[in-house]
Ligand binder design. Structure first.
Ligand code: HEC
Ligand code: HEC
Ligand code: HEC
Ligand code: HEC
Ligand code: HEC
Ligand code: HEC
Ligand code: HEC
Ligand code: HEC
Ligand code: HEC
Ligand code: HEC
Length: 319
């Protein structure tokens, strides 16, 4: 109870009823998973029971709000058990609203709730699998809610998104990241081969940065680039540590989305080495022709197996 009280003002009685009703819905086990279709088959909403009037009644006045053909068309959907109430699944019992001839103070409009309050309506059903880790996730905790990204009645994109594509949605808040798609080398998001959510689960995850796979950045990368998973006979320390030490996962202006050009990339760490000299060594050994050989050349011309080697003589990642 009371979880909607903070901001609602005059609508508190309705919100209070909503909160009670949410508790009731939430305690119906597995009420909305497709698998539950075998458990319950009825589709009739319990009209006139507990203040519910049923979808048909709502649609006598609100035809425009119909969501026929969308995922929330409960009545027509065999997968949906009778425990749901069509419109009233999200708007709460509508009897008082109807009796009042459409009194808008007597019906819940999620638009008037805070994002988090609106999310609580959605998570009465969407609380499993993809959504199991929503509560307290980065978006939830910053008051970015389900209805910030989704529109049940007037979506513009797939999955009822408020924008036609993911980048168009994410750019509203993550412009710096989305704009990396315009860099010379980038993950093929712009080309449609990947979407932001290929790597991220915006609904919450067990990994850092809402990464979808694994529990470390590396596990996320190697969920697709399996050949880089290792373990190798000869490990290159930074590879085992984090791929993003050398790569920008969103895009960069260097080859292979590297965070710096070669040889500078390597020389961030390998400031001096016995062989061959780095440009810094070269600077010290004035006139060293060795130094000039390396300058401007890629270390990986020779150190080809830079992610690690399985060759017995691969200690220097030459093979
Ligand atoms: C007798 C006609 C009628 C019926 C039946 C009806 N409504 Fe309404 N509804 C209205 C009117 C009129 C408004 C107010 C429109 C306005 O003032 O903009 C309204 C407003 C709403 C609003 C917006 C409230 C707000 O704060 O802006 C929602 C949500 C809503 N109705 C949902 C429902 C649902 C769900 C049902 C079925 C349980 C339903 N209505 C049944 C007439 C009806
Ligand atoms: C899955 C949840 C859900 C279902 C089911 C649902 N609605 Fe809504 N409804 C919303 C949300 C969320 C909003 C707030 C506006 C938005 O985010 O698009 C809304 C807004 C509205 C509004 C107000 C529109 C406005 O611009 O303020 C009306 C009226 C309405 N719904 C009627 C209905 C009717 C009638 C049904 C059944 C045919 C229905 N809703 C089913 C979630 C739902
Ligand atoms: C009464 C249960 C229920 C409630 C409440 C509910 N949903 Fe759903 N939703 C479903 C079902 C059932 C489906 C279809 C099966 C699935 O995708 O899980 C669905 C599907 C969806 C989809 C996928 C659409 C697609 O085209 O694949 C989105 C997005 C969604 N819901 C968002 C919401 C949002 C946002 C809210 C809260 C405003 C909400 N839902 C509230 C039951 C519900
Ligand atoms: C930051 C934006 C964002 C927020 C916040 C968000 N979603 Fe989504 N949602 C997406 C995107 C993007 C997709 C499509 C990619 C995917 O499935 O992950 C999606 C997909 C879905 C799907 C379809 C999943 C499927 O398996 O097909 C459902 C259902 C859904 N969201 C419900 C919700 C609910 C419920 C909430 C709140 C608890 C929510 N979303 C919050 C952006 C968002
Ligand atoms: C309405 C604004 C908004 C939208 C739209 C939005 N986000 Fe976010 N996102 C945030 C906020 C705020 C945070 C929390 C940032 C923080 O904690 O520094 C966040 C956090 C994240 C994080 C985790 C960052 C971290 O440091 O852990 C990722 C990943 C992310 N969003 C991806 C996405 C993707 C992908 C989309 C589009 C599908 C999206 N977001 C849409 C506002 C938004
Ligand atoms: C190939 C996988 C991949 C794709 C595709 C991807 N990301 Fe990321 N994203 C990552 C990784 C890995 C990190 C963590 C980087 C780090 O820790 O430095 C990250 C971090 C983030 C962060 C947190 C940034 C920060 O500074 O902490 C946001 C926000 C984000 N991504 C949004 C997006 C958006 C929006 C898209 C779509 C345009 C997208 N990502 C596409 C892998 C990806
Ligand atoms: C969802 C799958 C997926 C994930 C996760 C993923 N990638 Fe990729 N990556 C791709 C695809 C698809 C391409 C483009 C196809 C190609 O050129 O092989 C690509 C391309 C690349 C390239 C450029 C390859 C080239 O030949 O230019 C690099 C470098 C790369 N990824 C590194 C990473 C890193 C680092 C991570 C983790 C932060 C990561 N990837 C996570 C799918 C993924
Ligand atoms: C020490 C820096 C460094 C780290 C850490 C690193 N890479 Fe790379 N990666 C490179 C360099 C340099 C290249 C370009 C090699 C070339 O030009 O031949 C490259 C190329 C790639 C490519 C494209 C070419 C190919 O070999 O397939 C992919 C994919 C890739 N890296 C994925 C990863 C993944 C996944 C991780 C983490 C497990 C990772 N990288 C960690 C330096 C690094
Ligand atoms: C983030 C720091 C970092 C970056 C960037 C980096 N390395 Fe390394 N590298 C290391 C560390 C740490 C070791 C292990 C050193 C040791 O065991 O003494 C290592 C080991 C090596 C070795 C084997 C050394 C030996 O003694 O057998 C070679 C060869 C090497 N790196 C080449 C490169 C090349 C080429 C690049 C650029 C593509 C590069 N490294 C980028 C940190 C880095
Ligand atoms: C012309 C081929 C070639 C190029 C280019 C090259 N290396 Fe090497 N590097 C070698 C060979 C061969 C060895 C093995 C030497 C040995 O076994 O003693 C080696 C060994 C190393 C080692 C391990 C031994 C040590 O000296 O610490 C490091 C680290 C290293 N190189 C870094 C780099 C870096 C960084 C670059 C780019 C600035 C680079 N190399 C460019 C051929 C090359």
């Amino acid at each position: 109870m009371g979880r909607f009280k903070r901001t609602l003002g005059p609508a508190v009685p309705i919100a209070g009823a909503l909160a009670l009703w949410i508790v009731a819905v939430a305690t119906v086990p597995a009420a909305t998973t497709p698998a539950a279709a075998t458990v319950t088959t009825g589709t009739q909403a319990p009209a006139q029971v507990n203040g519910y009037v049923g979808e048909e009644t709502c649609l006598t006045c609100h035809e425009a709000q119909s969501y026929k053909g969308t995922a929330h068309a409960f009545a027509a959907d065999e997968r949906t058990p009778a425990a749901t109430h069509g419109c009233e699944s999200c708007h709460g019992p509508g009897q008082a609203h109807v009796d009042g001839g459409g009194d808008k103070t007597k019906i819940v409009n999620p638009k008037n709730l805070t994002p988090r309050e609106a999310s609580e309506i959605c998570t009465t059903c969407h609380d499993r699998k993809e959504h199991a880790l929503w509560s307290g996730s980065q978006h939830d905790s910053r008051n970015v809610g389900c209805t910030t990204c989704h529109s049940v009645h007037t979506p513009k994109g797939p999955k009822q998104l408020k924008e036609a594509t993911e980048p168009a949605l994410c750019v509203k808040c993550h412009a710096n990241i989305v704009n990396k798609q315009h860099r010379f080398n980038h993950m093929p998001v712009r080309e449609g081969e990947l979407v932001c959510t290929s790597c991220h689960n915006v609904h919450g995850s067990a990994n850092v940065k809402l990464l979808r796979a694994g529990t470390t950045v590396d596990e996320s990368c190697t969920s697709c680039h399996t050949e880089k998973r290792g373990p190798y006979l000869w490990e290159h320390a930074p590879v085992a540590e984090s791929c993003v030490t050398c790569h920008d996962p969103h895009g960069s202006n260097n080859d292979r989305m590297l965070v710096a050009k070669q040889p500078y990339l390597c020389q961030r760490c390998h400031v001096t080495s016995r062989h061959p000299p780095t440009i810094y060594d070269g600077y010290l050994l004035k006139n060293s022709s060795n130094a000039n050989k390396i300058f401007g050349r890629s270390c990986t011309i020779c150190h080809q197996e830079i992610h690690g080697s399985n060759s017995p003589s691969g200690k220097a990642f030459l093979r």
